[in-house]
Design a protein around this ligand. Structure first.
Ligand SMILES: C[S@@+](CC[C@H](N)C(=O)[O-])C[C@H]1O[C@@H](n2cnc3c(N)ncnc32)[C@H](O)[C@@H]1O
Length: 167
């Protein structure tokens, strides 16, 4: 952390995905099981990918680099009424950080091949963590305003509402 209270991160790499526009792209990995992409990690960080191959799924932490200005109240893709941004996965957050659980198909040197991609091309990657069900899968959960939404709902596609300069 800097003296001004700002936190400075250095991206470790970039996502190369088929999506150059948010229009019509998946809103969550669950709706994008067949969509593949590459995560190209900078050579300076490639040593940190050792042993990742043994995991079937990884959590990607990244920056919504093309999100519009932060909003504390948003109408999410999955609803028609405004919700507090922290009760949603909307990109227009005070700290525009995205989190996607993707399937790791394989690794070739500093390049990860992944499936289940709801991430724009050229998105800067901040971190990668292995998905570990014993740590990450909670039981006895409540899902708030998403109660009753089926997996089909999560397969809908995005529009321009959270895009920088978008309506
Ligand atoms: C609803 S968010 C969910 C992302 C992630 N799974 C999460 O929960 O944090 C996914 C949407 O964010 C938008 N998006 C993806 N990558 C982005 C980027 N780099 N900058 C701005 N918006 C992005 C697209 O509209 C995409 O459909």
């Amino acid at each position: 952390m800097t003296e001004t209270g700002r936190i400075v991160f250095t991206p470790i790499g970039i996502v190369r995905s088929p999506f150059i526009s948010t229009d019509g792209m998946p809103i969550q990995p669950v709706g994008a099981a067949d969509v593949t992409a590459e995560v190209v990690i900078d050579e300076a960080f490639a040593e940190g990918l050792a042993d990742l191959d043994g995991f079937s799924h990884i959590l990607l932490v990244y920056v919504f680099h093309r999100a519009g200005p932060a909003k504390l109240s948003v109408v999410p893709f999955l609803d028609t009424v405004a919700r507090g941004v922290f009760a949603t996965r909307a990109p227009t957050r005070p700290n525009p950080i995205g989190l996607s659980l993707t399937r790791l198909i394989g690794r070739s040197g500093n390049i990860l091949r992944i499936a289940g991609v709801d991430i724009l091309d050229e998105t800067p990657v901040l971190d990668i963590k292995p998905y570990i069900p014993a740590l990450d899968a909670a039981g006895d959960v409540r899902v708030g305003w998403l109660e009753g939404k089926t997996e089909t709902s999560f397969c809908r596609v995005a529009d321009a509402r959270f895009r920088s300069g978008g309506g």
